[in-house]
Design a binder for this molecule. Structure first.
Ligand SMILES: [Zn+2]
Length: 164
């Protein structure tokens, strides 16, 4: 994150594009201290290689690779890094993108920052508690929110509801 922030400061044009969100402090939020903090080597021990690459290195899983794309039971999708419940099956829908998609997160579950990996800024979504990268949110989702939380399945753990 530090490298990306430095890069951003050097890239005047990109910073201008990001202006509004920058001023709202989304990047500042991303740089704040998280409740669950571990060193990279601790995370590497705890997570699988695929989980580490997405949660800690902000990589993106291959579309269609997550078994959670097909998960249709009732339950909760929790953070694979710290077990915080993030999304309910109630808001899951098939976006046909190959990534598990939701119209809304659970309350007080996620944080966002502005991502400049691609040319246009995107809204990055991470776990509020451990800062683990989850995916992105786009404004082309279905009602009722019109939002599409496009989440890497490998960053999630599905916990079926008791009555499922
Ligand atoms: Zn987490």
């Amino acid at each position: 994150m530090l490298n990306r922030r430095l890069l951003l400061m050097g890239a005047g044009a990109t910073a201008l594009i990001a202006g509004a969100r920058w001023m709202q402090g989304e990047d500042v939020q991303a740089a704040t201290t998280f409740e669950v903090q571990k060193t990279d080597s601790d995370w590497r021990r705890q997570l699988t290689k695929a989980q580490f690459e997405v949660l800690r290195l902000h990589r993106t899983e291959i579309p269609g690779s997550s078994p959670l794309n097909q998960e249709k039971r009732k339950g909760v999708f929790a953070c694979a890094g710290c077990d915080l419940p993030l999304f309910s099956s109630e808001t899951k829908y098939d976006s046909r993108t190959g990534w598990p998609s939701y119209t809304a997160p659970l309350a007080d579950a996620i944080g966002t920052s502005t991502d400049h990996v691609l040319l246009l800024p995107r809204t990055e979504v991470h776990c509020r508690r451990c800062g683990g990268h989850l995916g992105h949110v786009f404004e082309d989702g279905p009602p009722p929110t019109g939002l599409r939380y496009c989440i890497n399945g490998v960053a999630l753990k599905f916990i079926p509801a008791d009555d499922a």
